[in-house]
Design a protein around this ligand. Structure first.
Ligand SMILES: [Zn+2]
Length: 219
């Protein structure tokens, strides 16, 4: 119980204040149900949340193809429903997909039953055993239950590409400073993040490949 209180309080301070790019080790170690990075991997994992979004997701796919690297896309079910051809394109191009809820629900503010139903609706569209909670916010009870069916992937490097007050170069610097073997990096294939994403993604891939990281595996 105490560990959960600590977990939620610290997670709250990180996510709400949005000032920390790298998740502190204490959070990463506080639960075995959430995966913050990939242990023992030499690879770095590119992940993209909140799509599929016309134009933005297509541009990401073109960038990834140009470098012949792969990504994992945690899709919002509602967006998959709106853009099924784009979702299919992700699969056709060899990307992995994961469930990011149907309506981008905040788990902390959502009763469990409603939350599980929403995830289930998304599952009917996405068909994946990978899950990432929207806003990174999930209650312990939700986590326990979903962990029976899904691998729940968080991240250890947040680009903050969605933040209108920082530049694409800032996003790249977050990766340059914090990426290490097994890191899971979060971008967003959303309209809000588009400008920063399209600047930082190719530059980050160049940097990571130069550092000798492989980017060809998905989660
Ligand atoms: Zn999201």
């Amino acid at each position: 119980m105490i560990i959960w209180t600590v977990f939620l309080l610290i997670q709250q301070s990180i996510l709400v204040k949005d000032f920390t790019v790298q998740v502190p080790g204490i959070i990463q170690k506080s639960t075995r149900f959430l995966e913050w990075n990939v242990k023992g991997a030499h690879q770095v994992y590119l992940t993209f949340d909140d799509g599929p979004t016309p134009e933005v997701t297509e541009n990401v796919l073109d960038i990834l193809d140009r470098y012949q690297v792969k990504g994992t896309f945690f899709c919002i079910g509602r967006n998959v429903e709106r853009h099924p051809e784009l979702f299919q394109e992700l699969l056709n191009r060899g990307m992995a997909v994961g469930n990011h809820t149907y309506s981008h629900l905040n788990g902390w503010k959502t009763p469990n039953k409603i939350y599980f139903d929403d995830v289930e609706i998304a599952d009917d569209l996405i068909h994946s055993n990978l899950f990432r909670p929207a806003y990174g916010r999930i209650r312990p009870a939700q986590m326990y239950k979903l962990a029976q069916k899904y691998r729940i992937f968080m991240w250890d490097v947040l680009t903050k590409d969605y933040n209108q007050h920082i530049s694409g170069e800032d996003c790249f610097q977050n990766i340059r400073k914090y990426a290490r073997p097994g890191s899971i990096i979060v971008f967003h294939d959303s309209l809000k993040a588009q400008k920063n994403l399209e600047y930082a993604l190719p530059k980050s891939i160049d940097f990571l490949l130069d550092k000798g990281f492989s980017l060809t595996d998905t989660l």
